[in-house]
Design a protein around this ligand. Sequence first.
Ligand SMILES: Nc1nc2c(ncn2[C@@H]2O[C@H](COP(=O)(O)OP(=O)(O)OP(=O)(O)O)[C@@H](O)[C@H]2O)c(=O)[nH]1
Ligand SMILES: Nc1nc2c(ncn2[C@@H]2O[C@H](COP(=O)(O)OP(=O)(O)OP(=O)(O)O)[C@@H](O)[C@H]2O)c(=O)[nH]1
Ligand SMILES: [Mg+2]
Ligand SMILES: [Mg+2]
Lengths: 292, 280
Amino acid sequence: SLSQKLDSAFKSIRGQGRLTEKNMKDGLQEIRMALLEADVNYKVVKKFMAEVLEAAEGQKVLESIHPGQQIVKIVHDELIKLMGEKNEPLRMADKAPTIIMMVGLQGQGKTTTSGKLALKLKKSGRKPLLVGADVYRPAAIQQLEVVAKQAGVESFSLGTNANPVDICLMARGEAQMRGCDVIILDTAGRLHVDDQMMNEVRQIATQVNPTEILFVANAMTGQDAVSSAKQFNDVLPLTGVVLTQMDGDARGGAAISLIEVTGCPVKFVGTGEKLEALDAFHPNRMADQILG
Amino acid sequence: KIVTGRSIDDAMFDDLEETLIASDMGVETTLSIVDELRDRVKSDKLKNAEDLYGALKDALRKRLAEGDHTINWTSNNGPHITLIAGVNGSGKTTTTGKLAAKLAGENRKVLLGAADTFRAAAVEQLMIWSDRAKVDIIKHGEGADPASVAFDATDAALARNVDNLLIDTAGRLHTKVNLMEELKKIQRVVQKRHPGAPHEVLLVLDATTGQNGLVQARQFTEALHVTGIILTKLDGTAKGGMAFAIQQQLGISIKYIGVGEGIDDLQPFDPDEFVDALFE
Ligand SMILES: Nc1nc2c(ncn2[C@@H]2O[C@H](COP(=O)(O)OP(=O)(O)OP(=O)(O)O)[C@@H](O)[C@H]2O)c(=O)[nH]1
Ligand SMILES: Nc1nc2c(ncn2[C@@H]2O[C@H](COP(=O)(O)OP(=O)(O)OP(=O)(O)O)[C@@H](O)[C@H]2O)c(=O)[nH]1
Ligand SMILES: [Mg+2]
Ligand SMILES: [Mg+2]
């Protein structure tokens, strides 16, 4: 683990008196390597390490008796500062319906997460409507309908010949008719470099004006997290991130990159394939996981 | 970033290191490549950016060259059988459809096995691909035992004298012991029905995956003996740099790359193009 690595890095110099600038540099390099190995984007690591160095200088770590421990605490605290001090819940609209729009790259878990959110909202007394706005992926609408049935919630779509913007616009009237107070728009996976598809989500967001726009990404995402999230954030007013497949063994450094680049909190984490597997994001636990 | 004529200095090595890290090559592989380059700069007395760039591409190509990036799709003993596996959402079902179309286009008789009996509308999704590729499909009802679908598909492939059988499986995390056991059972059942099969076990890996890609390759090959990798979503901005560690540490080569969501968006792996693309 990082704390063990740093402990041993600094133990070897303890008998020689105080920590030197060189020791500090080596210790910080260990941290940088650990974050890169955890899939944090290298630009985000650079910025983060500058903050850590500043904090270390400010706290006069060079004069400390336990520099290794102190640095680990600094890194941990800086991670918490970056990720948010506590869990940020889902925003509800002042006046129904609350509209949640799910966006992201292909295969990250949007449709499954839409179902999970619907189930969670139903359990907390809401009446969600799942909207199938993916007219491209083979059997995407059927997938959403099966998920809706499994969650015991309503679903709506207009088939694969409809325009996703129209589907999302019509969802409002549909929700009102059925007495649903939350609308979850499941959009198609798309590349941030596909201008036509990015224009489609821009149009949906502009015309529907969602309460939440959640960027869904897989916890195993590597350096590309920054490119995709930045582009989505430029095109859409993202309000939150969902990190899926946290039940795997990926270190999840993408979480840091996504929060840094979008300025949004991670609201939920997916922890399995079943519809119950959606947990609140806890910055403290994530910091421990990333530091190993 | 590689400005022509610029002479080699530490800043250039830093830029280079960042480019390799940004491509998901990982810390270990990146440091080993950079060390190799520093040695070459000394031994060959390299002078400027172009020299370094050339040496870098050589070092990267060399690491991929030891792999075999082709698949022999013909079995000399009945149907050639391929198992498609990988973690959730990596592109298995779509890739199965693309492979089916490619093989059918070579006038082969192709059969699909819909062994994902778990995920919502998984069978329906593969059925649409079988329609698009104009090939037959073996499927059971929802919740059926995946191994029995695999068995029936193998059985049908033999009975119908099929050239190629492609079996699509459910996405699963390598950390789930029971799901990995299920995958091993699928392989065993196919092997039992047709000794020598499956001839190919392809791990479908999403190019946006970071260092976990190496872990996935290691775990899946431990369970099934993976014979090749298909790296998908390279039409995005992710570079798929973990391919180098997978080749070097596990000896597993990339066979094809996915470059889109359409039926023709599958290309044979070209190491030179892959290396060039890292710097675009
Ligand atoms: N283990 C695990 N699997 C998940 C999780 N979330 C989603 N999945 C699985 O990931 C795969 C992809 O999920 P989808 O919901 O189809 O992803 P998507 O983003 O809607 O995909 P596209 O619409 O094609 O872009 C499926 O096999 C899901 O069951 C999670 O938290 N853990
Ligand atoms: N851009 C792009 N998208 C791809 C590529 N391959 C697959 N996809 C998309 O990725 C998403 C997931 O593809 P699937 O084929 O359902 O993935 P899977 O591995 O079968 O998913 P599970 O069965 O749920 O584990 C779909 O939206 C596909 O269209 C590719 O090469 N490029
Ligand atoms: Mg979907
Ligand atoms: Mg599939």
